[in-house]
Design a protein around this ligand. Structure first.
Ligand SMILES: O=C(O)CCC(=O)C(=O)O
Ligand SMILES: [Fe+2]
Length: 202
């Protein structure tokens, strides 16, 4: 396997397997993206989750909000709080994303990365409620951040994609089964970023 540069200047690390991700750089214009970024930051019912890690309570380093069709999601079985009702912007974006992905999504999770200290640690989104090979559509607004992926069995196999303002990333195939992803903290100061992940939750 050839050596790959993990931190590209721009774009994505070459050699990324094609059947795991689709990337569309400018689904929304810079103007639309800026408006949506500001509106989401201002109006979403942000929560900061506390999770248990080795008996310690740890505050999640980002804010989240989730929305779903309540009749299709058994949120108590998922150990979640009641979903928020869809807003008109989220419905508009959902339609646009569904027409590209060719899938109907029944929920969306919003992540708010306030600055470079906010992050999401290595994980995969292969929970039972999503199935083992879910298609997840991920939109980015605001600050460009690196989306890193690494193979679960061989951590030296890793790639990085720069998620640009207004872009759409579709995660598919074996990505959740065989790979993990993260948004690392940034040592250089960075601005706010909003991420939306549309999912089919059963
Ligand atoms: O912010 C991102 O681009 C990724 C978020 C993510 O991995 C998740 O919500 O599961
Ligand atoms: Fe994820």
């Amino acid at each position: 396997m050839e050596q790959l540069s993990f931190f590209p200047e721009r774009g994505q690390t070459p050699g990324l397997p094609e059947d795991l991700l689709d990337y569309l750089p400018a689904l929304f214009s810079p103007d639309q993206s800026e408006l949506l970024l500001r509106k989401f930051i201002r109006e979403s019912p942000w929560e900061q989750k506390v999770v248990k890690m080795y008996d310690k309570e740890v505050v999640t380093p980002r804010l989240t909000a989730w929305y779903a069709d309540p009749e299709t999601v058994d949120y108590t079985a998922l150990n979640k709080t009641a979903p928020n009702p869809w807003t008109s912007e989220l419905l508009m974006i959902r339609e646009k994303v569904e027409s590209i992905a060719g899938i109907q999504f029944n929920s969306v999770l919003l992540n708010y990365y306030r600055d470079g200290n906010d992050s999401v640690a290595w994980h995969s989104d292969g929970e039972k409620a999503l199935g083992t090979h879910p298609t997840i559509a991920s939109l980015s607004f605001g600050q460009v951040r690196n989306f890193d992926i690494r193979n679960k069995d061989d951590h030296s196999l890793k790639y990085s994609v720069k998620l640009e303002n207004g872009s759409l990333l579709i995660m598919k195939g074996n990505l959740q089964a065989l790979w993990e992803h993260r948004i690392a903290k940034s040592v250089k100061p960075v601005k706010e970023r909003i991420n939306l992940t549309f999912r089919v939750v059963s």
